[in-house]
Design a protein around this ligand. Structure first.
Ligand code: GLA
Ligand code: ZN
Length: 666
């Protein structure tokens, strides 16, 4: 079942930045581009509540009225993502304090302290007023709470947060002794004697930012705590809306692999996941694909909303390329192929002031229908109504799961040593890409997924699973014993949920399952590689290992690849397989280059029987399955060069740069 009756094609519209006399012309222009939706009120707190407790909805009413007149669907934001001047002035404690202790004054956005009782009650009050006023509007299709929680400023480190954090710890650990044990606080005389001794991981305390911290259990717990505080801000507004509107879906826009928030915990609180896709100049299409899959996974596999993307260039990268002809169509279709049921932009009309004036928009500074951006959006809008609308509600089905776990993200990147070269999303992508290259659909799952969930997959991949939380090792073992294929490797199996090393040799609780002991982890310099012989003990093809090399002692596993070169561990295992029960556990000891990862993962795919689809490397083939049995095959040339693709029936298709084919099984 589709969540919306129309395929939403539109995005953020900020008419409050323009004289009212221009609005109608803009809406007409948008209408001609097949835009049928506007996301409004994202940053309007200062206009809606010009003085504390005094609300003025006159402008928003006129905007809604105009959109209704043109039968635009409305995604209504609560408007709480930027603090109005009077509030910052009167209640300074509402504003966020940075990791360096700087207390923010008025300005910017996403600038509130998530623990501030004043912020929470004021945001709740505003959300409540907005909901009361617009519930039942005939074109209202979705509520959009706040905006990109956590973006920009990062966590808050103010006194309120510190105090709340101490209470949070007290509830979690019960006694300071338990906390001292959990965090290994006898290190460097960190032993605390009173809850008030706990200091958030600030730069002038123990933190080097939250990323690196003397006491790593502190950084992981502070992240958990801030995630909960921020999520509470979301649920407070959501619940305020629900008092008036029991039906319309409620969302907030997420940001893919954004580090600071554990989006799986957010997905559980959201009716529909929406997210903002801003690939950079060097982002590989397979990385974007992974982000879509991750957002779909966060939403429990349901279709999601592509809430934002730019119709042309960004403004906030150091260098902002314009999108090439056809590129915006390709990016939109790639989202649909991975499960998006909407295509929305930031923004519909380009600002003339503020720091986003060089950000692409459907209506540009020329204010006409003549720009290339406008014309491409118009063509895309018509195409989506023709070809994408029928896909709504259909699902992606995957037989491979890749784990992505935010606490693991924090644990891995929080390590001081053995290298600073590990960026979690990139390492997950390294394992994801061989599947993408062969057009194997992937679900992204949490490391704590139930064993019954794991058993639905032929292959489960656990890249750099450094933090093995309670139950996870047992689940993985049961999964493998019952015939599953687990692929894991370097940096896995080292920490417990308190971010302490699990004594007894790496990969800790996965050691028996993998049939090996990683005795040492060597770091490879950023400009260096280590040679890997993919023929196992025989001569074979070679690949480059990077970042780290696990020095492995076999305990039952067989060697699939060995280290070359002339270092002291040359000739030892670089990748292994261990048969356990009816299944196999694979261990890849070093971060192999693209060809090397494929060389090891391809045979696993082939042996598992998971179907693959042949296509040139830049061509992505994805499927969505409708309840009525229709299977949609979406073929996207993600590259800017023409190519061709022969389908499974042997039909040859010419694919222009960024071309998209939609085939059905009928
Ligand atoms: C984010 C925000 C938008 C806008 C865009 C610009 O995604 O949600 O308000 O700032 O970035 O790319
Ligand atoms: Zn705070």
């Amino acid at each position: 079942m589709a969540m919306f009756s129309d395929f939403l094609f539109g995005g953020d519209w900020n008419p409050e930045q323009w004289p009212q006399a221009t609005w109608e012309h803009d809406v007409e222009l948008l209408e001609q581009a097949h835009v049928n939706e506007a996301t409004i009120n994202v940053f309007s707190w200062a206009l809606l509540e010009p003085r504390e407790g005094e609300y003025d909805f006159s402008m928003l009413d006129s905007i809604v009225e105009l959109l209704n007149k043109h039968d635009f669907k409305i995604v209504m934001a609560t408007g709480t993502a930027a603090i109005p001047a009077w509030m910052a002035r009167r209640y300074p404690q509402v504003m966020r304090t940075g990791v360096d202790g700087t207390h923010q004054i008025f300005g910017g956005r996403h600038n509130f302290c998530p623990s501030s009782p004043k912020f929470r009650s004021a945001a709740r009050a505003l959300a409540s007023r907005v909901a009361q006023r617009y519930t039942g509007e005939k074109n209202l299709v979705c509520w959009h709470v706040n905006n990109e929680y956590g973006n920009g400023g990062g966590y808050c480190y103010c006194d309120t947060c510190a105090q709340e954090f101490r209470h949070w710890l007290e509830r979690k650990y019960g006694s300071v002794e338990a906390l001292n044990r959990a965090w290994c606080m006898n290190f460097w005389s960190h032993t605390i004697h009173d809850w008030s001794d706990v200091v958030p991981p600030v730069t002038y305390g123990d933190g080097i930012g939250t990323d690196k911290c003397v006491i790593s259990g502190l950084q992981v717990d502070y992240r958990r705590f801030q995630n909960e505080q921020m999520l509470a801000c979301y649920t407070i507004e959501r619940d305020a809306i629900r008092e008036f509107d029991t039906e319309t879906p409620i969302t907030t826009n997420l940001m893919g692999t954004f580090k600071d928030l554990d989006y799986f915990s957010w997905g559980r609180e959201m009716d529909v996941v929406s997210w903002d896709n801003y690939p950079g100049m060097d982002t590989q299409p397979s990385f974007t694909a992974m982000c879509h899959d991750l957002m779909r996974g966060v939403g429990g596999g349901k279709p999601f909303m592509l809430m934002e993307q730019t119709p042309n260039q960004q403004n906030w990268f150091p260098y902002c390329k314009v999108k090439r002809p056809g590129e915006v169509g390709k990016l939109s279709w790639q989202a649909v192929a991975h499960g998006a049921d909407t295509v929305q932009f930031f923004q519909l009309k380009q600002s003339i002031g503020g720091c986003e004036r060089f950000h692409g928009a459907v209506i540009g500074h020329d204010n006409s229908d003549r720009s290339r951006t406008y014309r491409e959006v118009r063509a895309l809008g018509s195409d989506l109504q023709d070809r994408a609308k029928q896909l709504m509600g259909s699902r992606v089905k995957a037989r491979v799961a890749v784990m992505f776990d935010w606490e693991n993200y924090w644990s891995l990147e929080g390590c001081v040593g053995p290298t600073q070269g590990l960026h979690y999303p990139d390492e997950v992508h390294r394992f994801y890409r061989p599947f993408w290259k062969r057009n194997v659909a992937v679900d992204m799952i949490e490391s704590t997924a139930d064993v019954d969930v794991l058993k639905q997959y032929d292959i489960v991949v656990a890249p750099t699973l450094i933090m093995v939380k309670p139950g996870v090792a047992d689940n993985l073992e049961e999964y493998v014993r019952s015939g599953g294929r687990l692929v894991t490797g370097y940096m896995s199996g080292i920490h417990n949920e308190f971010d302490l090393v699990i004594p007894g040799g790496y990969p800790g609780p996965l050691r028996e399952l993998c049939g090996l002991w990683v005795e040492e982890i060597d770091a490879i310099a950023p400009d260096a590689t280590i040679d890997v012989n993919l023929g196992g003990e025989e001569a074979g093809d070679h690949a480059d290992g990077t970042i780290v090399a696990s020095i492995i002692e076999l305990e039952g596993a067989q060697t699939l690849a060995t280290y070359g070169g002339d270092d002291f561990y040359a000739g030892t295992a670089a990748a292994t397989v261990h048969e356990v029960g009816d299944g196999k556990a694979y261990f890849i000891g070093t971060a192999l280059d693209d060809a090397g990862m494929s060389a090891l993962i391809d045979p696993i795919i082939d042996e598992s029987g998971v179907p693959t689809i042949d296509a040139p490397e830049n061509v992505e083939v994805m499927r969505r399955y409708a309840d009525d049995g229709t299977v949609f095959t979406i073929v996207t040339n993600t590259g800017d060069e023409a190519t061709e693709w022969t389908d499974e029936q042997g039909v040859l298709h010419q694919l222009n740069p960024f071309a998209v084919l939609v085939l059905t099984n009928e």
